[in-house]
Ligand binder design. Sequence first.
Ligand code: PLP
Length: 402
Amino acid sequence: MLNLDFHPSGRHFLQIPGPSPVPDRILRAMSLPTIDHRGPEFGALGLELLGKIKRVFKTENPVIIYPASGTGAWEAALSNTLSPGDRVLMFETGHFATLWQKMARRLGLEPEFIGLPGDEGWRHGVQADMIEARLREDRDHGIKAVCVVHNETSTGVTSDIAAVRRAIDAAGHPALLLVDTISGLASADYRHDEWGVDVTVSGSQKGLMLPPGISFNAVSDKAIEASRHNAMPKSFWAWDEILEANRNGYWPYTPSTNLLYGLNEALDMLLEEGMEQVFARHQRWAAGVRTAVEAWGLEVQCQDPAVYSPVLTGVVMPEGVDADAIRRIIYQRFDLSLGTGLGKAQGKMFRIGHLGDCNDLTLIATLGGCEAGMKLAGVELKGSGVAAALEYFAEHPLKGDA
Ligand SMILES: *Cc1c(COP(=O)(O)O)cnc(C)c1O
């Protein structure tokens, strides 16, 4: 049994960078009765949401939806486009880029993992010039795909995907461009078609504000063409049968009916607000949170202001302070969940999620929990981050704020 007694009163603060809090409006939509996934109502729902989701990916092409976590959609992207033994160029931005690279290896691909030296890679975004230089050397076009993470959730760094596209084109290289925006979609600006992405991978539990459980592949014509000839065995992940059934709003197997109710509602919420306003809201929260970190006298993990993540902020602890011990205090005392340091960053930082169904006050409370927790643990802070963020939010109203 889940120990609900632990949460004595009020709401749990789920401030990890995914899953993000699920709005009541989405929970209500998901609570409707499960219907026949081959019946007429379902087909109408399927067509409606398959149409609307394209607007969030900014694509005219189909978006494939899987009943799987984001990891499944990673595998789908690789197994639909590549063949065993293919070389793929991947860029080390953090833990998630590393995991995708491990998956490529397990699938029989030959990933070449490049990045900045030492710990620098985990504090900066993808370096498009390094990709261009590597592709220029690859004169026989042995590299079949370039794989990058748009919003690196382990560090709080967002990469410039348009620059990666330009790098591939400048090198005159035919490699496919595969992008993971599992945590970027619907929080950070993303343009599948305009940026010339061949497969975009995303998931439900981050910017889309849904519970975990569904994930996505947006595709280009070139990617679909590759899927007709590639030699990687694929069945569950194969696009062809899904695209065929999707024409009429159905799936070849039982889809996650209630999560799709939630997705339809989430798409309405996002499109009613307008994607530009959604992005502005996230940028503003991120800036407020960074103002707090600066006031504490601490460092953010991202070292390049041009690519600060609007989705989450990695807060680096002073030398000798165990970030996970602080997270535990904050969880136990304030019922507030923060993201742990992943992989190489374990124990060195915690991550504050500021995505989806938040508002200024949930973030002020979150910063309050961080500030109080660090003080309890004896971390010396230069000043009050909470006060600094309050001031930032007051001085930077969002369009439409009174
Ligand atoms: C969350 C996340 C994943 C993994 O998704 P799951 O739903 O946990 O399988 C992969 N990449 C990035 C960038 C993520 O944020």
